[in-house]
Design a binder for this molecule. Structure first.
Ligand SMILES: Cc1ncc(COP(=O)(O)O)c(C=O)c1O
Length: 429
């Protein structure tokens, strides 16, 4: 898109997606092919040795997926992105260039339950070690640092409990330890939160949620701000020491600022294989076109619904950072000035049994395990997304048994309030 600086809405529509050079097609075509014809044997060898950019095989790169990567990098004001099959795959690929067996990260204790599981159990199989720090206390991240810590990991707006972390303070801890802060910005999206403006080095996404926006395509991404120097051979050998898998090329020397992103594609996607399908990239590109409009309405509806619930006799508590009563409201105003997202929890006055009856009696809200759909969704995290956690971990993550999670969609807000009001009456009966 040239050198001009465009606004967010313009980037959401145009970044990465010029008319197709072969056909003039205005929407990005779905390049469904797996492989690409080489000009010659030399050309093929140059591509395989990373001496020339280009497409080899769609497990590594694909034109539709690359258009999405470029758009996501532009929305975050980053320099590159690796697009993956899911948000969970993005978290693995975000860490792969940084970690060797025995290395360590400090992650927030308020994360999506699946991420806590992934980090606490599956990462151990590669001997990647994780300590969880109190997401509300930046100094706890500092206390948990070890000489082998290679990154800090937080969700800016945590799923599900409406907790907003102090990004700037946590980024300072990362900066002083000379390690990157990784922010899972799924719940806020680049429209509501700008992690790189506050010192984060990397952002991860489940594009499955608000970025795609209609619950029809799984996907994920890692975006590099380009502001962290990975050229430290002792700390980040995969990026800064000779890579035997590529004839001893040194990623940082050969690719400069793009070393981290190219490693993600050339090693991460090539060897682990969690590649996003072109059809999903196409659907996500379409979704992003309307991201700014959708996020505005998501936030406005969520705010109205949260205010209604806060005044309701059957609701003991509403955990929405957009409400003045939230302990995270000041942080939300700083880090999420356009709105505090549309996912939050409520605690029913009738406890666990009432929570179950409530979830089952809603009609417009769909009872399912997703967030960020245009349609409103409801879930009981303790028996689903946070089910594998211990009761202590559930409470810490804001997903105790009496909690219900709402993901407020784009319906007429009065209809949502009617549905919730009827559901609360049934839950109390
Ligand atoms: C905040 C957050 N991060 C990551 C993930 C994982 O994403 P995916 O389901 O696309 O693997 C989720 C899924 O719910 C999530 O809510």
């Amino acid at each position: 898109m040239g050198d001009k600086t465009y606004g967010f809405e313009t980037l959401a529509l145009h970044a990465g997606a010029a008319p197709d050079s072969a056909t003039g097609a205005r929407a990005t075509p779905i390049y469904q092919n797996t492989s690409y014809v080489f000009d010659s044997a030399e050309h093929a060898a140059a591509l395989f040795n990373l001496q020339e950019p280009g497409f080899i095989y769609s497990r590594l790169t694909n034109p539709t997926v690359s258009a999405l990567a470029e758009r996501l990098a532009a929305l975050d004001d980053g320099i590159g992105a690796v697009v993956t099959a899911s948000g969970h795959a993005a978290q693995i690929l975000a860490l792969l260039p940084l970690m060797t067996p025995g290395d360590h990260i400090v992650a927030a204790d308020k994360l999506y339950g699946g991420s806590i599981n992934q980090m606490a159990h599956t990462f151990r199989k590669w001997d990647w070690r994780v300590d969880f720090a109190d997401a509300t206390d930046p100094e706890d991240f500092r206390r948990k640092l070890t000489p082998r810590t290679k990154a800090l990991f937080v969700e800016c707006l945590a799923n599900p409990g409406g907790v907003v972390v102090d990004l700037e303070a946590i980024a300072r801890v990362a900066d002083e330890a000379e390690i990157p802060l990784i922010v899972d910005n799924t719940m806020a999206t680049p429209y509501l939160c700008r992690p790189f403006d506050w010192g984060a080095a990397l952002a991860t996404y489940s594009t499955t949620k608000f970025l795609q926006g209609q619950g029809v395509a799984l996907g994920g991404a890692v975006v590099d701000s380009g502001r962290f120097d990975f050229a430290k051979p002792e700390k980040f050998p995969a990026l800064a020491k000779p890579a035997p898998e590529y004839h001893d090329l040194i990623f940082c020397e050969t690719f400069g600022d793009l070393a981290y992103t190219i490693y993600g594609q050339a090693v991460g996607l090539r060897d682990l294989g969690p590649t996003q399908q072109p059809m999903n990239a196409f659907l996500t590109l379409l979704g992003i076109e309307t991201l700014p409009l959708r996020m505005e309405r998501h936030c406005a509806n969520a705010h109205t619904v949260a205010e209604f619930l806060e005044g309701h006799a059957q609701v003991a508590r509403v955990n929405y950072a957009g409400l003045k009563s939230s302990p995270y409201n000041a942080l939300a105003q700083k880090y999420l000035p356009k709105g505090a997202g549309s996912v939050f929890t409520i605690e029913l006055a009738g406890g666990f049994e009432a929570a179950k009856r409530f979830v089952e009696s809603l009609e417009l809200f769909s009872h399912l395990a997703n967030i960020g759909d245009a349609k409103s969704l409801v879930l009981h995290p303790a028996s689903t997304t946070h089910n594998q956690l211990t009761p202590d971990q559930q409470r810490t993550a804001g997903a105790g048994p009496e909690m219900v999670r709402l993901s407020i969609g784009l319906e007429t807000v009065a209809d949502l309030i009617d549905d919730l009001d009827r559901g609360l009456a049934k839950a109390a009966a």
